[in-house]
Design a protein around this ligand. Sequence first.
Ligand SMILES: [Ca+2]
Ligand SMILES: [Ca+2]
Length: 309
Amino acid sequence: MRSLLPIAALLISPLAQARDLAVVEVTSSSEHSDDSGVSYAPKNVKDRKQTSAWFEGEEGSGLGAWIQLDLGQSQTITGLRVWNGYWLNEDMWQRNNRVKDLEVELSDGSKHSFTLQDVKAIEELRFPKAVSTQTVKLRIKGIHRGNTFNDTAISEVQIFDASPSEVVVPASFTASTTYPADGDANYEPGNVGDGLLDSMWCEGSKDGDGTGEWIELDFGSSAKVGGLVLSNGNALDLKSFMAANSAVKGTVTFSDGSKEALTIKPSMMEQTIRFASPRTASSLRLSFDEVRKGKEFNDLCISELRVVP
Ligand SMILES: [Ca+2]
Ligand SMILES: [Ca+2]
């Protein structure tokens, strides 16, 4: 499934209960020059895509290089999520450097040091207590060396506050079947909850087109559920979207056994689908009754699926 791209298992943690804050500007000490039209600009860490990255443009491995995210106003933040290295695919992640020692500097000049693991998984960094800041500067202080290139990359960053989420955050995700991981990515159901448009769940039935498959979100406790915010298919770009199957009709089954039929737009644009009857539930299962066929892969994918009150 070559045009589907990388992912990590979603970490479920207290940070997931917080809000991913908007960033108004991203700047950096340097950036790697474009390569055959591929940009390595700092804004790539805030485009909701793991397949685009900021690369430092220094001589050597980039020690001392930094990237700064500006929240536009002072906010109380509790932690970060970092997609460390170049997540284009497994091979490029291995070839390029990853950050090992990261220094996070805040508006007041305070500094926090973190050691990042050398694994292709979402890295969660938490401050000892909530801190107020307008800017978050990430400085490379040490690296895990790539096997080919001596350039260091960060693919995506999320900054979290401590406020209750505006969305219902599932404690777990399960699915009827899952497409096996390949050299590009994994296709686990948790990918629908990571906020990124190019990480997705894909069903893994041998011959089916996704009809009859389902994905289930378990909230761990009762929650008010009023609708879904859904990014259908592979939402990386139009070409990827057209390549794989996307959903057209579905049925939601709530934890109390009640059901609602849904019409889903076969569009890569994020869509909000309100339930006819909002209710309280501890889980919901979305089963797919009809799909639109892709041009290249006969597999149904869903990139994002959030529940809203
Ligand atoms: Ca990115
Ligand atoms: Ca996703």
